[in-house]
Design a binder for this molecule. Structure first.
Ligand code: CU
Ligand code: ZN
Length: 187
């Protein structure tokens, strides 16, 4: 009788150790977003003109209660509206800034306006330049983020020569890129 109990206990222990061992070695299927391990609360992009243009400016991104506050001040524009987006790659090295890629669109959505429910994460609308070619823009956005798969850190801000019509696909028919700046971590 004692032997039987001992054998049963032994088998139970053996099965438990095999089971926990299997669990430990099971592959992780959960996708973990890229995490820099830094507590980022602000970011900045300095915009430089593309070849043949003189558009420059600064865009700041600051964490607020209901999203991220975007403030842009840009000069050297033609008066009127200019497409204003976050593009996928933080690479402004090409003379026409084509190296920045297309609109930042991690969710595979259609192009749209900043207040649309379905839009690219990078769709920030238009800058409106006055007669002196200066534009000021402010918006609190809940799509962009400083962490996870909507993180804009390391992407680029791009300004276009023409207006974003919010309907033409895939980028609002806003024309050539007149300025580009990489988004970096700020204090
Ligand atoms: Cu763009
Ligand atoms: Zn877009």
């Amino acid at each position: 009788m004692r032997v039987k109990v001992f054998i049963s206990l032994f088998i139970l222990l053996l099965m438990t150790s095999i089971w926990t061992g299997c669990e430990r070695e099971a592959p992780m299927e959960e996708i973990i977003p890229v995490d820099t391990g830094r507590d980022i609360t602000a970011a900045v992009a300095l915009l430089h003109p593309t070849e043949g243009n003189s558009v420059r400016g600064t865009v700041t991104f600051t964490e607020v209660a209901d999203g991220i506050r975007i403030v842009a001040d840009v000069e050297g524009l033609d008066p009127g509206k200019h497409g204003f987006h976050i593009h996928e790659f933080g690479d402004c090295s090409a003379p026409d800034a084509a190296s920045a890629g297309g609109h930042f669109n991690p969710d595979g959505m259609p192009h749209g306006a900043p207040d649309d429910m379905e839009r690219h994460v990078g769709d920030l609308g238009n800058l409106v330049a006055d007669e002196e070619g200066k534009a000021h823009y402010e918006r609190t956005d809940s799509f962009i983020s400083f962490g996870g798969d909507h993180s804009i850190i390391g992407s680029a801000v791009v300004i276009h020569s023409g207006e974003d019509d919010f309907t033409s696909q895939p980028s609002g028919a806003a024309g050539p890129r007149v300025a580009c700046g990489v988004i970096g971590i700020a204090q």
